[in-house]
Design a protein around this ligand. Structure first.
Ligand SMILES: [Zn+2]
Length: 103
């Protein structure tokens, strides 16, 4: 055990990654106070005990993580698209009904 280890700070969850996305989308504290988990890479507990926030930055900049993040974002955008489509359809049908009532 190192004498001094940086604990996971919950305020890190408020930070943004290099693309401006909130890190709390994927960053979770591990079971140990100085470990963290990336929920999109499904990592084991990674230590931030030596470098603190730097270890998280290191993780967010690695290629695998960025690829995973991209995939997730694409999925999310697609899901939002689908939702929007459904919503528009609903609005369409509603306004149709209103028109029906008017005539
Ligand atoms: Zn990751």
């Amino acid at each position: 055990m190192p004498l001094y280890s940086t604990k996971f700070h919950s305020c890190w969850l408020e930070k943004l990654d290099s693309d401006g996305n909130p890190v709390k989308r994927w960053l979770k504290q591990g079971t140990n106070p100085s470990t963290f988990i990336c929920s999109i890479c499904k990592t084991d507990e990674l230590s931030c005990g030596n470098k603190g926030w730097q270890s998280i930055e290191q993780h967010m900049n690695n290629k695998k993580h960025r690829d995973n993040l991209k995939l997730i974002q694409q999925k999310r955008v697609r899901a939002e698209h689908e939702q929007l489509k459904k919503k528009n359809k609903l609005v369409d049908e509603q306004s149709k009904n209103e028109n029906d009532q008017m005539f």
